[in-house]
Design a protein around this ligand. Sequence first.
Ligand SMILES: NC(=O)c1ccc[n+]([C@@H]2O[C@H](COP(=O)([O-])OP(=O)(O)OC[C@H]3O[C@@H](n4cnc5c(N)ncnc54)[C@H](OP(=O)(O)O)[C@@H]3O)[C@@H](O)[C@H]2O)c1
Length: 248
Amino acid sequence: MTSLPMTSLNGKKIIVVGGSSGIGFGVAAAALESGAEVVIAGRSADKLKAATKRLAGAGRVTAIAADMANEADVARLFGAIGAFDHLVATAGTPPPNDPIGETDMDFVRQFVDGKLIGAVMLAKHAVRTLNKGGSMIFTSGINKDRPPVPGGSVVSAVAGSFTYFARALALELAPTRVNVVSPGWVDTEMWDEIVGEAKASYFEQMGGRIPAGRIARPADIAPAYLYLMQNEFMTGETVHVDGGQRLV
Ligand SMILES: NC(=O)c1ccc[n+]([C@@H]2O[C@H](COP(=O)([O-])OP(=O)(O)OC[C@H]3O[C@@H](n4cnc5c(N)ncnc54)[C@H](OP(=O)(O)O)[C@@H]3O)[C@@H](O)[C@H]2O)c1
Protein backbone atom coordinates (compact mmCIF):
# COMPACT_ATOMS: atom_id res chain seq x y z
CA MET A 1 0.00 0.00 0.00
CA THR A 2 1.35 3.48 -0.85
CA SER A 3 1.21 6.15 1.83
CA LEU A 4 -0.62 9.41 1.21
CA PRO A 5 1.69 12.30 0.16
CA MET A 6 0.50 14.44 3.09
CA THR A 7 3.17 15.51 5.55
CA SER A 8 2.41 15.46 9.24
CA LEU A 9 2.51 18.74 11.13
CA ASN A 10 3.78 16.97 14.20
CA GLY A 11 6.91 18.78 15.39
CA LYS A 12 6.79 21.34 12.55
CA LYS A 13 7.35 24.99 13.37
CA ILE A 14 4.66 27.31 12.05
CA ILE A 15 4.56 31.10 12.12
CA VAL A 16 1.13 32.73 12.05
CA VAL A 17 1.36 36.47 11.41
CA GLY A 18 -2.05 37.69 12.58
CA GLY A 19 -2.35 34.79 15.02
CA SER A 20 -3.57 36.88 17.95
CA SER A 21 -7.10 37.19 16.54
CA GLY A 22 -9.75 35.90 14.16
CA ILE A 23 -8.75 33.56 11.33
CA GLY A 24 -5.08 33.48 12.38
CA PHE A 25 -6.01 32.49 15.93
CA GLY A 26 -8.09 29.65 14.46
CA VAL A 27 -5.13 28.49 12.35
CA ALA A 28 -2.81 28.63 15.38
CA ALA A 29 -5.25 26.56 17.46
CA ALA A 30 -5.71 23.95 14.72
CA ALA A 31 -1.95 23.69 14.07
CA LEU A 32 -1.27 23.17 17.78
CA GLU A 33 -3.91 20.45 17.85
CA SER A 34 -2.04 18.76 14.99
CA GLY A 35 1.16 18.68 17.04
CA ALA A 36 2.94 21.69 15.53
CA GLU A 37 4.94 24.25 17.43
CA VAL A 38 3.41 27.68 16.75
CA VAL A 39 4.73 31.22 16.88
CA ILE A 40 2.05 33.90 16.66
CA ALA A 41 2.88 37.47 15.63
CA GLY A 42 0.96 40.72 15.61
CA ARG A 43 1.47 44.36 16.56
CA SER A 44 -0.20 44.49 19.97
CA ALA A 45 1.72 42.83 22.81
CA ASP A 46 -1.47 42.79 24.90
CA LYS A 47 -3.44 40.92 22.23
CA LEU A 48 -0.58 38.44 21.82
CA LYS A 49 -0.42 37.85 25.57
CA ALA A 50 -4.17 37.18 25.77
CA ALA A 51 -4.08 34.87 22.74
CA THR A 52 -1.07 32.93 24.04
CA LYS A 53 -2.88 32.40 27.33
CA ARG A 54 -5.95 31.05 25.51
CA LEU A 55 -3.80 28.74 23.33
CA ALA A 56 -1.34 27.58 25.98
CA GLY A 57 -3.17 24.37 26.97
CA ALA A 58 -3.17 23.21 23.34
CA GLY A 59 0.60 22.91 22.86
CA ARG A 60 3.87 24.79 22.37
CA VAL A 61 3.04 28.38 21.51
CA THR A 62 5.10 31.56 21.76
CA ALA A 63 4.44 35.13 20.63
CA ILE A 64 6.53 37.89 19.07
CA ALA A 65 5.29 41.46 18.63
CA ALA A 66 6.01 42.70 15.10
CA ASP A 67 4.40 45.00 12.54
CA MET A 68 4.55 43.38 9.11
CA ALA A 69 4.42 46.84 7.52
CA ASN A 70 7.81 47.58 9.08
CA GLU A 71 10.79 45.83 7.47
CA ALA A 72 13.02 46.08 10.55
CA ASP A 73 10.28 44.33 12.56
CA VAL A 74 9.91 41.62 9.92
CA ALA A 75 13.69 41.01 9.83
CA ARG A 76 13.76 40.85 13.65
CA LEU A 77 10.81 38.42 13.68
CA PHE A 78 12.48 35.87 11.41
CA GLY A 79 15.87 36.41 13.10
CA ALA A 80 14.31 35.53 16.45
CA ILE A 81 12.52 32.43 15.14
CA GLY A 82 15.33 30.79 13.17
CA ALA A 83 14.57 27.78 10.96
CA PHE A 84 10.86 27.06 10.51
CA ASP A 85 8.53 25.05 8.27
CA HIS A 86 5.44 27.06 7.31
CA LEU A 87 4.57 30.75 7.15
CA VAL A 88 0.90 31.70 7.44
CA ALA A 89 -0.05 35.35 6.97
CA THR A 90 -3.59 36.30 7.96
CA ALA A 91 -2.80 39.79 9.24
CA GLY A 92 -4.93 42.62 7.95
CA THR A 93 -6.91 45.66 9.01
CA PRO A 94 -10.36 46.95 7.99
CA PRO A 95 -10.15 48.10 4.35
CA PRO A 96 -10.94 51.53 2.89
CA ASN A 97 -14.62 51.70 1.94
CA ASP A 98 -15.18 55.22 0.58
CA PRO A 99 -16.42 55.83 -2.97
CA ILE A 100 -13.39 56.34 -5.24
CA GLY A 101 -13.96 60.11 -5.54
CA GLU A 102 -13.65 60.49 -1.77
CA THR A 103 -10.63 58.21 -1.30
CA ASP A 104 -8.34 59.06 1.61
CA MET A 105 -4.93 58.28 0.08
CA ASP A 106 -3.12 58.08 3.42
CA PHE A 107 -5.55 55.40 4.57
CA VAL A 108 -5.19 53.52 1.28
CA ARG A 109 -1.38 53.58 1.57
CA GLN A 110 -1.58 52.37 5.16
CA PHE A 111 -3.89 49.51 4.13
CA VAL A 112 -1.72 48.46 1.16
CA ASP A 113 1.42 48.67 3.32
CA GLY A 114 -0.12 46.48 6.03
CA LYS A 115 -1.46 43.85 3.67
CA LEU A 116 0.36 43.66 0.32
CA ILE A 117 3.74 45.31 0.96
CA GLY A 118 3.77 43.48 4.28
CA ALA A 119 3.31 40.17 2.51
CA VAL A 120 6.19 40.96 0.15
CA MET A 121 8.41 41.73 3.14
CA LEU A 122 7.35 38.53 4.93
CA ALA A 123 8.23 36.49 1.83
CA LYS A 124 11.54 38.33 1.38
CA HIS A 125 12.71 37.57 4.91
CA ALA A 126 11.06 34.15 5.27
CA VAL A 127 13.00 32.58 2.39
CA ARG A 128 16.24 32.82 4.35
CA THR A 129 15.17 30.45 7.11
CA LEU A 130 12.27 28.43 5.67
CA ASN A 131 13.08 24.71 5.81
CA LYS A 132 13.12 22.52 2.68
CA GLY A 133 9.64 21.10 2.13
CA GLY A 134 8.04 24.17 3.68
CA SER A 135 5.39 26.57 2.42
CA MET A 136 3.98 30.07 2.60
CA ILE A 137 0.24 30.74 2.76
CA PHE A 138 -1.26 34.20 2.30
CA THR A 139 -4.84 35.35 2.83
CA SER A 140 -7.05 37.15 0.32
CA GLY A 141 -10.86 37.19 0.54
CA ILE A 142 -14.33 37.28 -0.97
CA ASN A 143 -14.11 41.03 -1.66
CA LYS A 144 -12.08 40.35 -4.80
CA ASP A 145 -15.00 38.30 -6.18
CA ARG A 146 -17.93 40.21 -4.65
CA PRO A 147 -16.61 43.75 -4.08
CA PRO A 148 -18.78 45.93 -1.87
CA VAL A 149 -20.35 48.75 -3.94
CA PRO A 150 -19.39 51.55 -3.66
CA GLY A 151 -15.97 51.57 -2.00
CA GLY A 152 -14.73 48.08 -2.82
CA SER A 153 -12.14 48.88 -5.48
CA VAL A 154 -9.04 49.04 -3.28
CA VAL A 155 -9.74 45.94 -1.19
CA SER A 156 -10.73 44.07 -4.35
CA ALA A 157 -7.47 45.00 -6.08
CA VAL A 158 -5.34 44.11 -3.07
CA ALA A 159 -7.11 40.79 -2.38
CA GLY A 160 -7.03 39.86 -6.07
CA SER A 161 -3.30 40.54 -6.28
CA PHE A 162 -2.51 37.67 -3.90
CA THR A 163 -3.49 35.03 -6.46
CA TYR A 164 -0.86 36.33 -8.88
CA PHE A 165 1.71 37.01 -6.16
CA ALA A 166 1.46 33.35 -5.09
CA ARG A 167 1.56 31.98 -8.65
CA ALA A 168 4.75 33.89 -9.48
CA LEU A 169 6.41 33.11 -6.13
CA ALA A 170 5.52 29.41 -6.44
CA LEU A 171 7.63 29.35 -9.61
CA GLU A 172 10.44 31.47 -8.24
CA LEU A 173 10.78 29.62 -4.93
CA ALA A 174 10.05 26.05 -6.06
CA PRO A 175 10.16 23.52 -4.50
CA THR A 176 8.98 25.77 -1.63
CA ARG A 177 5.21 25.96 -2.10
CA VAL A 178 3.22 29.20 -2.05
CA ASN A 179 -0.58 29.31 -1.79
CA VAL A 180 -3.49 31.55 -0.83
CA VAL A 181 -6.66 31.00 1.19
CA SER A 182 -9.63 33.15 0.20
CA PRO A 183 -12.31 33.16 2.91
CA GLY A 184 -15.87 34.38 2.62
CA TRP A 185 -17.28 36.32 5.55
CA VAL A 186 -15.93 34.99 8.87
CA ASP A 187 -17.16 35.96 12.32
CA THR A 188 -14.05 37.65 13.74
CA GLU A 189 -13.04 40.67 15.79
CA MET A 190 -12.48 42.62 12.55
CA TRP A 191 -16.23 42.82 11.99
CA ASP A 192 -16.75 44.41 15.41
CA GLU A 193 -14.43 47.15 14.24
CA ILE A 194 -16.13 47.52 10.84
CA VAL A 195 -19.84 47.41 11.70
CA GLY A 196 -20.03 47.25 15.52
CA GLU A 197 -23.40 46.22 16.87
CA ALA A 198 -24.85 45.81 13.37
CA LYS A 199 -22.72 42.63 13.02
CA ALA A 200 -25.52 40.26 14.03
CA SER A 201 -27.97 41.61 11.43
CA TYR A 202 -25.30 41.64 8.67
CA PHE A 203 -24.49 38.01 9.45
CA GLU A 204 -28.11 36.95 9.63
CA GLN A 205 -28.79 38.47 6.20
CA MET A 206 -25.70 37.07 4.47
CA GLY A 207 -25.95 33.74 6.30
CA GLY A 208 -29.47 33.34 4.95
CA ARG A 209 -28.33 34.03 1.36
CA ILE A 210 -25.33 31.74 1.01
CA PRO A 211 -25.53 27.98 0.34
CA ALA A 212 -23.81 27.11 3.65
CA GLY A 213 -26.70 28.81 5.45
CA ARG A 214 -24.52 30.64 7.97
CA ILE A 215 -21.43 32.78 8.34
CA ALA A 216 -18.15 30.94 8.92
CA ARG A 217 -16.26 30.71 12.19
CA PRO A 218 -12.43 30.74 12.13
CA ALA A 219 -12.53 26.96 12.79
CA ASP A 220 -14.29 26.49 9.41
CA ILE A 221 -11.43 28.21 7.56
CA ALA A 222 -8.41 26.84 9.48
CA PRO A 223 -8.47 23.34 7.87
CA ALA A 224 -7.76 24.91 4.46
CA TYR A 225 -4.48 26.33 5.76
CA LEU A 226 -3.56 22.98 7.32
CA TYR A 227 -4.38 21.19 4.07
CA LEU A 228 -2.13 23.56 2.10
CA MET A 229 0.72 23.01 4.55
CA GLN A 230 0.37 19.26 4.35
CA ASN A 231 -0.36 18.51 0.69
CA GLU A 232 2.99 18.45 -1.08
CA PHE A 233 1.31 18.79 -4.47
CA MET A 234 -0.48 22.08 -3.82
CA THR A 235 1.35 25.18 -5.02
CA GLY A 236 0.49 28.43 -6.76
CA GLU A 237 -3.15 27.89 -5.83
CA THR A 238 -5.94 29.99 -4.33
CA VAL A 239 -8.33 27.92 -2.23
CA HIS A 240 -11.77 29.45 -1.67
CA VAL A 241 -13.52 28.64 1.61
CA ASP A 242 -16.64 30.76 1.44
CA GLY A 243 -19.68 28.54 1.97
CA GLY A 244 -20.68 29.24 -1.64
CA GLN A 245 -20.70 33.02 -1.16
CA ARG A 246 -19.16 33.56 -4.61
CA LEU A 247 -22.20 31.87 -6.14
CA VAL A 248 -24.79 34.34 -4.88
N1 LIG B 1 -13.24 38.19 8.70
C1 LIG B 1 -13.67 38.12 7.46
O1 LIG B 1 -14.88 38.09 7.17
C2 LIG B 1 -12.67 38.06 6.33
C3 LIG B 1 -13.13 37.69 5.07
C4 LIG B 1 -12.24 37.63 4.01
C5 LIG B 1 -10.91 37.95 4.21
N2 LIG B 1 -10.50 38.33 5.45
C6 LIG B 1 -9.10 38.69 5.60
O2 LIG B 1 -8.50 37.81 6.51
C7 LIG B 1 -7.47 38.49 7.25
C8 LIG B 1 -7.69 38.23 8.73
O3 LIG B 1 -8.93 38.80 9.10
P1 LIG B 1 -9.58 38.55 10.53
O4 LIG B 1 -11.02 38.71 10.34
O5 LIG B 1 -9.01 37.34 11.12
O6 LIG B 1 -9.05 39.87 11.31
P2 LIG B 1 -8.76 40.14 12.84
O7 LIG B 1 -9.59 39.26 13.71
O8 LIG B 1 -8.89 41.62 13.02
O9 LIG B 1 -7.23 39.72 13.02
C9 LIG B 1 -6.22 40.43 12.37
C10 LIG B 1 -4.89 39.99 12.95
O10 LIG B 1 -3.85 40.63 12.20
C11 LIG B 1 -2.97 41.32 13.09
N3 LIG B 1 -2.42 42.46 12.34
C12 LIG B 1 -3.08 43.46 11.74
N4 LIG B 1 -2.23 44.28 11.13
C13 LIG B 1 -0.98 43.78 11.35
C14 LIG B 1 0.32 44.19 10.99
N5 LIG B 1 0.55 45.30 10.26
N6 LIG B 1 1.38 43.44 11.38
C15 LIG B 1 1.19 42.32 12.12
N7 LIG B 1 -0.03 41.88 12.50
C16 LIG B 1 -1.09 42.61 12.12
C17 LIG B 1 -3.87 41.69 14.27
O11 LIG B 1 -3.17 41.95 15.47
P3 LIG B 1 -2.69 43.47 15.83
O12 LIG B 1 -3.88 44.37 15.61
O13 LIG B 1 -2.26 43.39 17.25
O14 LIG B 1 -1.58 43.77 14.91
C18 LIG B 1 -4.67 40.40 14.41
O15 LIG B 1 -3.91 39.40 15.03
C19 LIG B 1 -7.56 39.96 6.86
O16 LIG B 1 -6.57 40.25 5.95
C20 LIG B 1 -8.92 40.08 6.21
O17 LIG B 1 -8.96 41.07 5.23
C21 LIG B 1 -11.33 38.38 6.52
